[in-house]
Each structure stands twice: as structure tokens, then as C-alpha cells.
Design a protein around this ligand. Structure first.
Ligand code: SAH
Length: 313
């Protein structure tokens, strides 16, 4: 996990979470080793744990349908903290606030909600294609009184970053947790890797899990669009769920002469590994080209639960 992730060396104490969020109490049970835990196969227990962590540790109130992706908080935090690091590598911005885009915000709207919590000057445009998710996301934003910092927009077009929805001249970043899988067979093989802990139930619905061509095609499309938008968005990024897709996407970016910065950051949460791909058309802090920095070497996630978010170059 990221070194600034509050869960890095400090896994949540479920009893303490339940004390702050009583609906979790009914799902607490003692493990054989005598620890207090929950049944990670029970979607209701998992959802209450997520609600409880968000409330206790971030003061965020959430409501999501039982059949939607229940966001593992330590994992979502890793992406945001890593993004904060990457933004520091770019030339200093003259003015605040920071404006970001979340592609596929889901019913939880988790990245904008957490992002506004960890960085008080961040603002989000959150894009989503699914009507029910948009409804929930808007309610979650209102529930937390963040309407002035998070704007949810429906994307009905074929592009991931449709020009008609990008109303600002420039954005500081875009982020994305794409559906990882190309079909139901791939979901069945990889489903546990999407969850909070090993063997946790995956509550993701079809549009949250599956996209034509899987995450490779999704991020390749994002890259193609970024080549047109270039510096209008300072930092592009996406979560990557499978190592083979990370390797292939890195190759694709390396082959581009235009990109002036690319990083693939690896994380491990318990037994689950994840990668975040960052790229930019802005030259980072006067350095010539980060492509020289052997981004391939960043594919390996260390075995320890320490931070590997800092680029190895
Ligand atoms: N960001 C949330 C949800 C991720 S699931 C989280 O991290 O938990 C992926 C989301 O992307 C789904 O909600 C899906 O509806 C949405 N999505 C899929 N294709 C999209 C597109 N072309 N534009 C915007 N959102 C999209």
C-alpha cells in the first residue's frame, strides 16, 4: 500500500468501526484465532464495513445498491494518494483549485468523495453512462454536501472524454477504474482479484465489470483520445487490474513519440495486486523524457506491504 495510506500498517479494527457505525455490529463474528471479523462472502456485511470505514475514517456517508460494486477503501485510497504524488512531478500550477475528471464514477462516486476529503482544493467532474449509478452518485454527493465540488455528468456519447462535457479550458488530471474484463468467463476467473480481501464476494454488476475488449481496449481508447486532447489534461491515468494488460499498455505508450511522461505504479493490498498507469504530454519538472526511466521495471509489486508508489527512476 501507499506509505500515506492510513491502512498500510494499520488494518481496520472491525469492533471500533462498528462502535461508530452500529449497523455493522450484527455482522461481527469471532475468528478461530479470536479476532473480530466479518463474513466477506456476505454482500450486506461487506457494504456495512465500507459504510463504516468511510464514516469513521473520513466522515463520508454513502448509500449504494447491493448489486453494485462495493469499493474497497484501502485500494481506492492508494490510487488517489499516488495521483497526488504524480501531480507534484508536473510543473507547479500557478493557481488552485485542482480540477479532475473521474471516468466511470459508479453509484458510489468513490473517487470524487474520497478525493475531496484528502485534498480540500480538489474539484471533480464525474462521468458515468449508467442511469441508476448516476442517480445514486448524485445522491451521495448531496448526502455529503459536496455539490459545489463534484459535478456528475451523463456520458451518452461514444468517447470516454466527450468534448461537449469538458467545459473547462484545462484539467489537472483524469482518473478511471475501468471495467476490467472482456466477458463473463474472464470475470469468473478473475473475480476474487477485484475484491477487498481474498474470497470476498464481488458485487459488481455487468456494466461495472465488463467492457468490449476488456480494460486493455478501454485504456487504449483513453490513450487515443488523450493524443488529441494532449496538454488540456495535465495528467492522464487509469487503474489496471491485470498485469498482462499493464505490460501491453506500457508498450503502447512507449511506442508513442508524443508522450513526455509515463509511469506504471504497482500496489499490493493483501494478496491483491493492482497497477496504476499515468501518462502526460506535459514535460515533468524540467526533466527531458521520463520514457528513459525504464517504466517496465515498475511492473513488479514488492512482497512487503510498504509503499512502492514512488517511481523507481
Ligand atoms: N469508479 C467506481 C466504479 C468503477 S466500475 C469504483 O472505482 O468503484 C466502472 C464504471 O465505469 C461503471 O460504473 C460503468 O458504468 C462505467 N463506465 C463504463 N463505460 C463507461 C464510459 N464509456 N464512460 C463513462 N463511464 C463508463
Amino acid at each position: 500500500m501507499h506509505i500515506r495510506n492510513r491502512y498500510a500498517n494499520n488494518m481496520p479494527n472491525f469492533a471500533e468501526v462498528a462502535a461508530e457505525h452500529p449497523p455493522l455490529s450484527q455482522y461481527l463474528k469471532k475468528t478461530r484465532a479470536g479476532h473480530v471479523s466479518i463474513d466477506f462472502k456476505n454482500p450486506r456485511a461487506l457494504r456495512e464495513l465500507t459504510y463504516g470505514l468511510l464514516w469513521k475514517d473520513f466522515g463520508i456517508r454513502l448509500e449504494i445498491p447491493l448489486d453494485s460494486l462495493c469499493p474497497p477503501i484501502p485500494n481506492r485510497l492508494d490510487y488517489l494518494l499516488s495521483l497526488q504524488d504524480m501531480l507534484l512531478l508536473l510543473p507547479r500550477k500557478e493557481s488552485l483549485p485542482v480540477h479532475g475528471i473521474d471516468i466511470g464514477t459508479g453509484a458510489s462516486c468513490i473517487y470524487p468523495l474520497l478525493g475531496c476529503c484528502i485534498a480540500e482544493y480538489w474539484h471533480f467532474t464525474a462521468l458515468e453512462i449508467d442511469d441508476r449509478s448516476i442517480e445514486y452518485a448524485r445522491e451521495n454527493v448531496e448526502r455529503n454536501n459536496l455539490q459545489d465540488r463534484i459535478c456528475i455528468l451523463k456520458n451518452s456519447g461514444s468517447e470516454l472524454l466527450p468534448p461537449n462535457l469538458l467545459t473547462r479550458d484545462s484539467y489537472d488530471f483524469c482518473m478511471c477504474n475501468p471495467p476490467f474484463y472482456e466477458d463473463a468467463v474472464a470475470v469468473a476467473k478473475g473475480v476474487e482479484a477485484k475484491a477487498l480481501l481474498p474470497r470476498a464476494v464481488c458485487t459488481g454488476s455487468r456494466n461495472e465489470m465488463i467492457t468490449d475488449g476488456g480494460e486493455y481496449a478501454f485504456v487504449a481508447r483513453l490513450f487515443e483520445e488523450s493524443c488529441k486532447l494532449r496538454g488540456r489534461i495535465s495528467m492522464y491515468s487509469s487503474l489496471i487490474g491485470r498485469k498482462k494488460d499493464g505490460t501491453a499498455l506500457l508498450k503502447l505508450l512507449e511506442a508513442s513519440k508524443d508522450v513526455s511522461f509515463v509511469r506504471l505504479v504497482a500496489f499490493r493490498q493483501g494478496t491483491t495486486r493492482r497497477w496504476i498507469l499515468f501518462w502526460s504530454f506535459v514535460v515533468p519538472n524540467g526533466q527531458p523524457s521520463q520514457l528513459d526511466a525504464d517504466p517496465q521495471s515498475q511492473l513488479a509489486a514488492p512482497d512487503t506491504a510498504s509503499s512502492d508508489a514512488v517511481p523507481s527512476s
